[in-house]
Ligand binder design. Structure first.
Ligand code: FES
Ligand SMILES: [Fe+2]
Length: 389
């Protein structure tokens, strides 16, 4: 799992005004809430007094009030009141918790979980990732979010894998022609993509209204699959020979190493009436269940780090690019050392470092999660401090 990424925490409509909401991401706990202006905020959920869960508390005057002893934390995570000390006593500087940047995009609430300076962060997704989202005249949307008891990277590799549909999915992926079209992979710092031709499934694999509108004979389908680090996102665009188009944009949030939450929006430019949404949603749910059933059998549960521990072939070209990207993120020092976390977690709260820690590293109660390698910008910062001394 990586820090220094934007992750989807919830749907915009999931967060109710006036109610703090609990969310677990990267093995840590967070509280989300809206202030009186409707702006969304995200804080570490663990009270720095004696560890109660702030999301079980209440909101008052844009502060979260801890349910245990009533400490009040503002939107920046700073404790403004300790009732047991009386109204005249100012809380000490250490009475604060981490607060994380929040944005909204494509109907989701996104949180930046990390301390990288802005220029080093992965670029936030722009409209070009999903122009269809805004064009309601042409595209009809269905949205799904779901939990799966599998590792986020195993799950993402499954989504971008062009070889599995012929075997795993009943209603798509050609049973007659499972061959993956090998093409050049377009890679960039934060992701990669391929555009492949594939043989469409037989019409007998389809059911309902989709079967009605599917022609008996048709040519190749064009499938463009792109993934990027930001939000563990992938976009799959399908253009069928009969002109029907479908675009799916999905984001993955590791709950912990063994559980993943996926947020997905699918747009289609056919069967535009609302009455067909149910059939589309059922199709999505079926495909999701088929994917979870196979991925939860994969061993080891986390992808191995060694390239020789599995036998990836040319047909796994996008999954190979995904692993290469993750190795670049490891080299930046962004990977959480989960083995170390596991050893410490019973007696020690470890939180995701927030941007404030970069400029103000002292006076925090909770330690931050260890990473498998040092973060480049922290090292250069301490070099600069040493040089100045
Ligand atoms: S544990 Fe939060 S106020 Fe005591
Ligand atoms: Fe699949």
């Amino acid at each position: 799992m990586f820090i220094n990424n934007w992750y989807v925490a919830a749907g915009v409509d999931d967060l109710k005004n006036g109610e703090p909401m609990f969310m677990r991401m990267l093995g840590c706990d967070f509280v989300l809430f809206r202030d009186s202006k409707g702006e969304t905020h995200c804080l570490s959920d663990v009270c720095c007094h004696r560890g109660a869960s702030l999301s079980k508390g209440k909101l008052k005057d844009d502060c979260v009030i801890c349910p245990y002893h009533g400490w009040e934390f503002n939107m920046q995570g700073v404790c403004t009141k300790i009732p047991a000390l009386g109204a005249d006593v100012k809380p000490p500087k250490r009475a604060r918790i981490d607060s994380y940047p929040v944005r909204e995009k494509f109907g989701w609430i996104w949180v930046f979980l990390g301390d990288a300076p802005e220029e080093e962060r992965p670029p936030f997704l722009d409209d070009s990732w999903f122009p269809e989202y805004y064009d309601e005249a042409t595209w009809r949307k269905v949205r799904v979010q779901y939990h799966a008891p599998v590792n986020w990277a195993r799950s993402e590799e499954n989504s971008i894998d062009g070889a599995h549909p012929s075997f795993v999915h009943a209603s798509f992926g050609s049973k007659r022609d499972p061959k993956v079209h090998i093409v050049p992979v377009v890679t960039h710092e934060w992701g990669a993509s391929t555009t492949r031709e594939r043989t469409p499934p037989d019409r007998t694999q389809k059911s309902g209204a989709m079967r009605e509108i599917t022609a008996e004979k048709r040519g190749k389908t064009k499938a463009t699959t792109a993934f990027c680090f930001t939000g563990v996102t992938h976009r799959i665009e399908i253009l069928r020979a009969d002109g029907l188009r479908q675009v799916t944009l999905s984001h993955r949030t590791p709950v912990d190493e063994f559980n993943t939450r996926t947020f997905t929006t699918q747009c289609r430019d056919y069967l535009m009436n609302e009455e067909f949404d149910r059939e589309r949603l059922e199709g999505r749910q079926k495909a999701i269940a088929e994917d979870i059933a196979i991925v939860s059998t994969v061993r080891p549960p986390l992808p191995p780090k060694s390239t020789t521990a599995e036998l990836l072939t040319e047909a796994d070209q996008l999954e190979t690019a995904f692993r290469a990207m993750n190795r670049r993120m490891e080299a930046k020092g962004w990977e959480i050392d989960s083995d170390e976390v596991e050893r410490e977690v019973r007696r020690q709260i470890l939180v995701i470092p927030s941007p404030k820690r970069l400029t103000d590293p002292k006076n925090w109660v909770h330690k931050t999660v260890p990473t498998t390698r040092p973060r480049g910008y922290l090292t250069s910062q301490s070099d600069a401090t040493e040089a100045a001394e």
